[in-house]
Design a protein around this ligand. Structure first.
Ligand code: ADP
Ligand code: MG
Length: 371
């Protein structure tokens, strides 16, 4: 499936617009403290080509009037920066050039270091704050919900987003097996529930099994256990504070922890095989899930043995259709070998996951549209 989001080359750098050399020296020092380089434009004419794509634009007070006259397009994440005690004239135009903040140096130095140092991907996505939460639920057993949840999380992490994958299905067989992570050391639900949810959020995230930007909370091979709501609440809290994206794989029978995860979700996807009985089962799942999340949408997975069309499933369930998945027999084989879904970034599931993450965060993998 082609990506609807235009492909951008890798992460961009913050853009600084100033010809005040003293101010520039200060800003370069603050950027270095934030661990980033910046692009510099002396005036709006030099800034124009990079204005829209930069994750953050810092306009020096010396160029504020010039930016206004140049009629640069409005965009989010513009900061006007100058020195305390400077003539106030630059500040009047802050709103006119669309600046969200006016930063006065030296007082605002730590704040600017933080802004400049935010992950370019996360800030391009406008998600420097709490993480986005995505929930996935199957319309019937074996729909492929867990594989989709795994694919979304692997894809987000490949894009450089700090991702938490939460396995909220006590009877699902374990997402660690979907990712091939069963040998990885780290905290799993049974140990976390023993702690009664009394774990501070950063410590929780640090204790989880991880690979690169992906951390996961899943099950061990012990006896099934009912999750306390507190453990799920602590996990969602940790994910929202410390990650860019949280993906939750929900059980079809919504227990209390699943309900609070669904309530926390910005977006929930119901995955339904293109079959009549699956659609009937999904109608029940949707009736319950819809009570807890206003933003439910549908993904239909082929094959369609009775030629049921995705649009017909969407109409029957009264849900917006966000995507379809062609049969992908190679995926079953690689899952059996313990290879994580979408790890190679190819195939229908990987394309769909890239599009969903792009739509949610604005983050696009370089070259993703070429696949
Ligand atoms: N996109 C897909 N293409 C082909 N087969 C899939 C796909 N997603 C899942 N499957 C197959 O369906 C099985 C069940 O998937 P799973 O994600 O565990 O379903 P659910 O979580 O909805 O019960 C998997 O073991 C795999 O063989
Ligand atoms: Mg499952």
């Amino acid at each position: 499936m082609p990506s609807r989001t235009p492909v951008r080359p890798g992460p961009r750098l913050p853009l600084v617009v100033t010809s005040d050399n003293e101010l520039l020296d200060d800003l370069l020092r603050l950027a270095a403290a934030g661990g980033t380089e910046v692009e510099v434009a002396a005036d709006p004419a030099a800034a124009r080509s990079r204005w829209a794509a930069a994750p953050l634009v810092v306009v020096g007070a010396d160029q504020a009037q010039a930016c206004l006259r140049a009629r640069l397009p409005r965009r989010p994440r513009v900061v006007l920066v100058g020195r305390s005690g400077q003539t106030e004239s630059g500040w009047d135009v802050a709103e006119l050039i669309g600046a969200e903040h006016v930063a006065l140096l030296p007082a605002a130095e730590p704040w600017l270091v933080d802004r400049l140092g935010e992950s370019p991907l996360a800030s391009a996505a406008g998600i420097g704050g709490p993480a986005r939460v995505i929930a996935v639920i199957g319309g019937r057993g074996g729909a492929g919900a867990s594989v989709l949840a795994g694919g979304l999380a692997v894809t987000a992490a490949r894009l450089g987003l700090r991702t938490l994958l939460v396995d909220a299905d006590p009877l699902g067989g374990g997402l660690d097996l979907v990712l091939g992570w069963e040998q990885l050391e780290g905290l799993r639900w049974p140990a976390l529930t023993e702690a009664d949810g009394r774990v501070d959020p950063p410590a929780l995230v640090r204790a989880l099994p991880s690979r690169g930007d992906l951390v996961m909370l899943s099950w061990d091979r012990g006896d099934p256990l009912a999750l306390p709501v507190e453990a799920m609440a602590a996990t969602l809290d940790a994910g929202r504070r410390g990650r860019d994206i949280v993906v939750v794989d929900l059980p079809r029978h919504l227990d209390d922890p699943a309900v609070i995860a669904l309530q926390a979700a910005d977006q929930a996807f119901v995955l339904v095989p293109a079959e009549l009985r699956a659609t009937a089962a999904a109608a029940r799942v949707v009736a319950v899930a819809g009570l807890h999340c206003a933003n439910l949408s549908l993904i239909v997975r082929g094959p369609a043995p009775g030629r049921l069309k995705p649009r017909e499933v969407a109409r029957a369930l009264d849900l917006p259709l966000v995507g379809t998945l062609r049969p992908e027999p190679g995926l079953c084989r690689s899952l059996e070998r313990g290879e994580a879904p979408t790890a190679d970034g190819r195939g229908p599931l990987a394309s769909l996951c890239q599009r969903i993450i792009a739509d949610l965060t604005g983050t696009v993998e370089a070259g993703a549209g070429a696949r």
